[in-house]
Design a protein around this ligand. Sequence first.
Ligand code: DQA
Length: 248
Amino acid sequence: MGKGIGEGNEALICTPVMGRIGDEVLEELDVVLAKGPDVVEWRADFYANIGVTDDVLALAASFKRRAPETTMIFTIRSAHEGGEPIPLDARQAIELTAAVCCGTAFEYVDCELSNAAADVAYLREAARASGTKIIGSYHNFDRTPEAGFLLEKLHEAEVKGLDVAKVAVMPRGLDDVLTLLKVTLEARQRCRIPVVTMSMGGLGALTRMVGGLFGSALTFAVGKASSAPGQVPIEDLRELLRIVEKYR
Ligand SMILES: O=C1C[C@@](O)(C(=O)O)C[C@@H](O)[C@@H]1O
């Protein structure tokens, strides 16, 4: 059992794994694990056999066998929120995620807030029964909606009974980056569940480095390959965080 998101004072570092074929996925996992992230996210929308539940469960079991002490997140990012196209519809993706809750030792699963309310409720029950936590997420790869909307999204995760609230948005200027950081600070004070935020792309990269100071509980960094624009290599992120911490 790994570290819990939001349990310590500092943001945990998460590296995504995005291979397509089983062997490639595990090779990528080994490269990533050698860099010692707190959390690993399996982006299963990249996995070629995502349509075969038994294959997904077997591969997830291999993840945990290799690193039982590392916190793991299972994510199927939908194509309309920036993920890979998959042969499952939204309900089937939720059912697969529920199967991962019940059939593996992954600590977290991701659930987009745009899913149908009944599907979110179904997943929540499966997760509760198995002790898995749900990250309720919202992504916008085009722009940064206004602060009130972003706060509402983070609050929605709490209202839906989920365990972590996450927003990832694209800035069009530095004012959008400031909006994201302000929202993070405010949400941290208002929300009862941990919040995870990031502004994407080159402009937003600094939020991945200092977001923890404003209240973001998790930051995504590159172990082998990047899963979203603006993620920095884990080695650079660690060095930067060490310097920030030294003078804080
Ligand atoms: O939701 C997120 C955040 C993310 O989009 C990012 O911007 O770092 C990367 C995704 O892999 C993850 O599921």
